[in-house]
Design a protein around this ligand. Structure first.
Ligand code: CTP
Length: 474
């Protein structure tokens, strides 16, 4: 069977093949590139395997293609990487590889192409295309990768327990490919993931997160997260999410199953945004519902304060997951803390003051917060959803009106601490803070408009009330 390159990549593959012929090496393009080209997906990395010294081939390719940029050599792995335009070319010698039971360090020895294909993760990733001149374009598909692409099936080339025990990260990768490509994991492969799930513990959190984030960024993230949960992988690194499962019933009253609710919110949101961190906010928005759950007679189920406790958990979860602890974490934390605010506004008569406070607290993240809130409206009761959604739209309209009028988003105090100290001739002190707070509250409550003159007059009035006197300026 032969393989179709794009014209540009064909020219490149021919030159790489020529370099391999110069060194008398068999050379193949393998793995993700072959899969993605057949599927018509974009692909920036080309992995080249040769039977022999991969680093020597990289150097010869650099010479043939007259590549001036550096060849990056990873001696420990016997691999070399070079850039060619937008493409990243990675070279490696074919090898047999296996991992010891309790380590991720591979035991690598040179091998044939067949050995190399055997040690790969899935049949759809184990296809190779020869690029030597005399066999150019010949496709080697020993495990039925093409058929499995057609059947939309994720399956390991060898007995799955062996493939997963060689590199347990592959269990996450199986779910990731299933989620990204909308494929099914074959039953034997899935059963093996269930059996081997504990082995995931030897994998670093960074590698687990790379896969989890790809799952979260797939079109319908609930598919991948459900597979992680059903296989038992999720509970190994994210027990808080598993804890969302379940419905308790007291006096015939049950609450929502927060696991399914969270997935629904995440899917709803994912139809509107590809932002990874906004999707993370959806994942974590109700994470502290289990520990805050109470049944109150006459009121039913409450989760009082779950948004505050949840926000407190965010840094801990991000730290454990080795996710960035910078403003990305702060952003997720803020959305978790504020996620009930816009919806709570839909229940009451909406005051402009409440709107100003929301704009003040959310700042530039107000639009994202509103998006999260809209996604959070889930109920089996269609009428209820319709009613809350229509209230939500009203809140949105009123928010823009208040924003237009009062410019509270990213609010800067019209009167500074300096102004206060100069006016009353006082040094930095508690009184300065008290006055600043009074002015801010007055603006947010709508007692005075958000401008300098009004704030100045208010400062004089409140300063006097605090016993301060206006300094005489000579
Ligand atoms: N591979 C593997 N086991 C792993 C990782 C990778 O067998 N744990 C093999 C697969 O053959 C894979 C190839 O190495 O196709 C390249 O891996 P990588 O670049 O990580 O993934 P891709 O399959 O290219 O997919 P993506 O680019 O979407 O990550």
């Amino acid at each position: 069977m032969s393989f179709q390159f794009s014209p540009q990549e064909k020219a490149l593959a021919l030159r790489i093949g020529e370099a391999a012929d110069n060194l008398n090496l068999e050379a193949y393009i393998v793995g993700g590139y072959v899969r993605d080209r057949i599927l018509g997906r974009p692909c920036q990395d080309i992995d080249i395997v040769c039977v022999g010294d991969g680093v020597a081939l990289a150097q010869e390719v650099g010479r043939v293609l007259n590549i001036k940029s550096e060849i990056v050599i990873f001696k420990r792995f016997g691999t070399a990487m070079l850039r060619f335009g937008d493409l990243e070319l990675e070279f490696v010698g074919a090898r047999k590889e296996s991992y010891s039971r309790d380590s991720r360090k591979p035991d690598v020895t040179p091998g044939s192409l067949e050995d190399d294909q055997n040690r790969r993760d899935f049949t759809i990733n184990a296809m190779a295309v020869c690029i030597n001149k005399n066999r150019f374009g010949e496709l080697l598909d020993p495990f039925g990768g093409i058929a499995h692409l057609e059947e939309k099936l994720i399956r390991t080339p060898l007995e799955p327990d062996k493939t997963f025990s060689d590199d347990p990260l592959r269990m996450m990768r199986a779910v990731r490919f299933a989620a990204q490509l909308k494929y099914t994991i074959s039953p034997e492969t899935f059963d093996s993931i269930k059996r081997n799930r504990e082995r995931l513990r030897i994998i670093s959190m960074e590698r687990i997160m790379t896969e989890l984030n790809k799952i979260i960024l797939s079109d319908k993230p609930s598919v991948g997260l459900n597979l992680l949960s059903e296989s038992g992988l999720l509970g190994i690194f994210f027990p808080e999410f598993e804890n969302l499962r379940g419905v308790e019933v007291i006096n015939g009253q049950g609450h929502k199953d927060n696991y399914y609710h969270t997935l629904k919110v995440l899917d709803n949101l994912s139809t509107e945004t590809n932002d990874l961190w906004l999707r993370w906010a959806a994942i974590l928005h109700d994470i502290a519902k289990p520990p805050t759950k109470r049944y109150v007679d006459g009121l039913g189920w409450t989760f009082h304060g779950h948004e505050v406790v949840g926000a407190r958990w965010v840094p801990r979860i991000f730290k454990r997951f080795k996710l960035p602890l910078d403003n990305k974490m702060k952003y997720v934390q803020k959305l978790v803390r504020l996620h009930l605010r816009p919806i709570s506004l839909t229940n009451d008569a909406i005051t402009d003051s409440a709107m100003r406070r929301l704009l003040f607290d959310a700042g530039d993240d107000i639009d994202d917060l509103m998006m999260l809130c809209k996604a959070d409206i889930t109920s089996k009761n269609e009428l209820k959803v319709k009613r809350i959604k229509s209230n939500y739209e009203k809140v949105k309209i009123q928010l823009s009106a208040v924003e237009e009028k009062d410019k509270i988003r990213n609010w800067q105090p019209p009167i500074s601490g300096e102004d206060i100290m100069k006016t009353f001739s006082i040094s930095p002190s508690k009184q300065v803070g008290v006055l600043k707070d009074l002015i801010r509250e007055a603006i947010l409550d709508g007692i005075i408009p958000n401008d300098y003159n009004s704030a100045y007059a208010y400062m004089l009035q409140e300063g006097k009330a605090l016993g301060l006197t206006v300094a005489v300026i000579n």
